[in-house]
Ligand binder design. Structure first.
Ligand SMILES: Cc1ncc(COP(=O)(O)O)c(C=O)c1O
Length: 397
């Protein structure tokens, strides 16, 4: 099965070696053509319509939510809220918790030290605004969540545990089912699944999660759609942060009432084209035998690349070689070369990687690493891509 041929970007740029999918994946022809089909044939605003193209448009929008709901084992597509990006998703969540008086002064929020800024800064804002406390759970020597530290810090003041599923620096997969089993009923469990959703199926029930947010540009659709899943009972309780357009049912001069779910949390016109592209992105993954194929390619490429990394002693990998629980991304440091220079030389050779602090300043500061280069693989990559990467890496070394 030649997956690369499904992605027009490689046909249009035959020399391109794309090793930055963790930032954003490339898009399959099926998704691109579907976006064109949608714009050519039935683009129209949704909600409050009477004409036929709007009916089609609404159906595609709802179908895409249904697909997402099925994929993560949510009870109802109405539990799926589309937002514009992760910062929006996490800010909507944190501010709703504040507006609904669910979080108050001295309440504690537990985060892990490897979180992406998207899952740190919105909580820090609440700390400044209402005086919540934030504590960070450490990782152990294998970059795994340190459960001893977690249980020590999980005292009665903790009202929220908010954790990434997969770290975007170490690529360790946290055992969040175990966290879900430990979590008390008086604690909300939030999961940043941005880096797990491209690699394996999630089950919101097994995870015992209350909120999950993830992005779709990391899994074959276009940017501009983030998914925020939360339980209906919580959706009913929470006050929306933004409120206009479809989020509002009735307004008079002195008051208003909110719409029913999920519109209550989706003010204004949604990002329709991207929502529709998401529908096809999931269908594409289904067409290549769903995540079984992703896992198969992943295992092959990771082992192949890892063996090569191990041979280059001066390249320090930021990940655990002991643990099996990781996804196919490599963050690495070469002591005497700046990560931007590594990325720059790679770019001169048509190889796309990323470099810098990856929006994880607290963690990099903690392990005394200033910045890293990051090479990530996805279903369209091949062993030849990896060979070419190492050919240039050797020249750099
Ligand atoms: C774990 C994690 N959370 C959040 C984000 C933020 O995603 P976006 O750049 O789409 O806002 C990223 C992006 O790389 C991430 O890796």
């Amino acid at each position: 099965m030649n997956i690369k041929k499904d992605f027009p970007i490689f046909e249009n740029n035959p020399w391109l070696i794309f090793l930055d999918s963790t930032s954003s994946t490339q898009k399959p022809k099926m998704v691109i053509e579907w976006i064109k089909y949608y714009l050519d044939n039935c683009y129209s605003n949704i909600h409050r319509w009477m004409y036929s193209i709007a009916t089609k448009s609404e159906k595609m929008y709802v179908d895409s939510k249904q697909k997402v709901a099925d994929m993560i084992w949510a009870d109802d597509y109405k539990e799926i809220i589309y937002t514009y990006n992760s910062t929006y998703a996490s800010n909507i969540l944190t501010w709703s918790l504040r507006l609904s008086h669910i979080l108050k002064k001295w309440d504690k929020v537990l985060l892990s030290i490897v979180e992406h800024h998207a899952n740190i800064v919105p909580w820090l804002i609440l700390k400044d605004e209402i005086g919540i406390e934030i504590e960070y759970i450490n990782v152990d020597e294998n970059y795994d969540l340190d459960f001893d530290d977690f249980t020590k810090k999980y005292d009665e003041k903790v009202k929220v545990i908010s954790l990434t599923h997969v770290s975007n620096v170490t690529w360790q997969v946290f055992d969040l089912e175990r966290v879900g089993k430990i979590k008390r009923d008086d604690t909300l469990f939030v999961i940043d699944a941005s880096q797990s959703i491209p690699h394996f199926k999630l089950d919101v029930k097994k995870l015992n999660a209350d909120f999950i947010f993830f992005t779709w540009h990391k899994i074959l659709a276009d940017a501009g759609i983030w998914v925020l899943w939360w339980k209906t009972e919580l959706l009913e309780k929470l006050t929306p942060v933004f409120s206009w357009g479809g989020a509002i049912w009735k307004v008079d001069e002195c008051s208003f009432t909110y719409s029913k779910l999920p519109n209550k949390f989706e003010p204004g016109t949604p990002n329709l084209t991207w929502a529709v592209s998401l529908l096809k992105a999931i269908e594409y993954i289904e067409s290549i035998w769903w995540f079984k194929k992703v896992e198969e390619i992943e295992n092959d490429l990771v082992e192949y690349a890892l063996e090569k990394f191990k041979l280059r002693k001066s390249v320090k990998l930021i990940w655990s070689t002991k643990s099996e629980n990781r996804v196919w991304v490599f963050s690495f440091v070469i002591e005497w070369i700046h990560s931007h220079d590594v990325a720059d030389i790679m770019a001169e050779n048509n190889i796309c990687i990323r470099s810098g602090m990856h929006c994880a300043h607290p963690f990099l500061n903690k392990i005394w690493v200033a910045h890293t280069s990051r090479m990530s693989l996805y279903i369209y990559n091949t062993r030849e891509d990896i060979d070419r990467f190492f050919e240039i890496l050797d020249k750099i070394l």
